[in-house]
Design a protein around this ligand. Structure first.
Ligand code: SF4
Length: 322
């Protein structure tokens, strides 16, 4: 038995061969998620967070590293074994419309996973399960024969959540599930996801580029930059103290509602450098105002600077008086 976590990931790497070199999408990332909790994974687009989620679910074949689910090493399991596991490990996509068949009604879409896994003995049983699930995710039964394109973004995402939970999973990768929604609808969907987690003891990886979204739903947060984890801590700690220059800039960019809050937005200058054949250096160095020679000479690794708070920065102690 490896641990008491619902999910443990050790030194996970996912590289893609491209015509110009090897793209390091996920580079040596490790984390643990206790059962019934949420790990928020945050970073700009292109930082590897979605690839991370998909690699955990075997939708991408990992390059190296280990994945433990509920204490079992699932790193090397075959397609057939993983098919069985998919009942317990689900995904919610940013735009459920892009992942579903537009010719299927709401009823058919929500029933589809039950049919794929042959989990019901009769049509009546499927119908009952679909009705219960629509109820749980807040879809009125009158919508059962509607099509996804007739519904607003919030209701479409409720279909995506219904499809994910109808199999009674233990773990869900939520890949930018509210990014395409209006702010008021975002709150409704986040509340629904939190209620489901409390009722069913679900474990989530919640992937987003928006730190303010992840703040309320995550127990722990991991900030990623160009395939690497640069800071990891509990959500409370991370919002109290950020130690990595990149995390500080991300948090400073969250819009403030309090007019007395005079904190200044820290600009991140320059563009993301290419993740293809990256040099052995801090990947944030070309954009970091504190970069020194050492930052361009070797890549920093995560170190625990306070209990449970990890940062990958050569100058973290000096810059933060730790
Ligand atoms: Fe900036 Fe250097 Fe720290 Fe990287 S290691 S974040 S370049 S100070």
């Amino acid at each position: 038995m490896e641990n008491n976590y619902m999910l443990s990931v050790k030194n996970l790497k996912k590289y893609f061969n491209t015509p110009t070199g090897v793209l390091h999408a996920v580079d040596d990332v490790s984390f643990d998620i206790p059962e019934g909790t949420t790990l928020g994974v945050v970073g700009e687009s292109g930082c590897g967070k979605s690839t991370l989620g998909r690699t955990v679910l075997h939708l991408h074949k990992k390059t190296s590293g280990q994945i433990f689910f509920n204490g079992k090493d699932i790193s090397e399991i075959n397609k057939h074994e993983f098919h069985e596991l998919r009942k317990e490990m689900q995904i919610i996509f940013q735009d459920p419309f892009s992942s579903i068949d537009p010719r299927m009604s709401v009823r058919q879409l929500i029933a589809e996973p039950l049919k794929i896994f042959k989990l019901c003995k009769s049509k009546e049983e499927i119908e009952k399960k679909v009705k219960e699930t629509m109820d749980t995710v807040g879809l009125a039964s009158r919508l059962a024969d509607s099509y996804a394109h007739e519904l607003d973004g919030g209701r479409r995402q409720r279909i995506g959540i219904g499809r994910a939970i109808i199999l009674d999973p233990k773990f869900i990768v939520c890949d930018e599930p509210v990014s395409a929604l209006d702010v008021s609808i975002q709150a409704q969907i986040l509340n629904l996801m939190q209620d489901l987690q409390a009722e069913r003891n679900l474990t989530y990886i919640f992937i987003t580029h928006n730190l303010s979204v992840v703040k309320h739903i995550s127990n722990d947060i991991m900030v990623m930059y160009l395939g690497c984890a640069v800071e990891k801590a509990s959500s409370t700690d991370l919002f109290k103290h950020q130690y990595h220059p990149y995390t500080k800039a991300l948090i400073s960019a969250i819009p403030r509602v309090n007019l007395d809050d005079k904190s200044v937005r820290i600009p991140i200058k320059g563009e993301l450098v290419s993740p293809i054949d990256p040099k052995d250096q801090c990947r944030f160095a070309p954009r970091c105002e504190y970069a020194c020679d050492k930052c361009f000479a070797s890549a920093p690794t995560l170190e625990e600077v306070e209990p449970g708070h990890f940062v990958a920065c050569h100058r973290v102690r000096e810059l933060n008086n730790l």
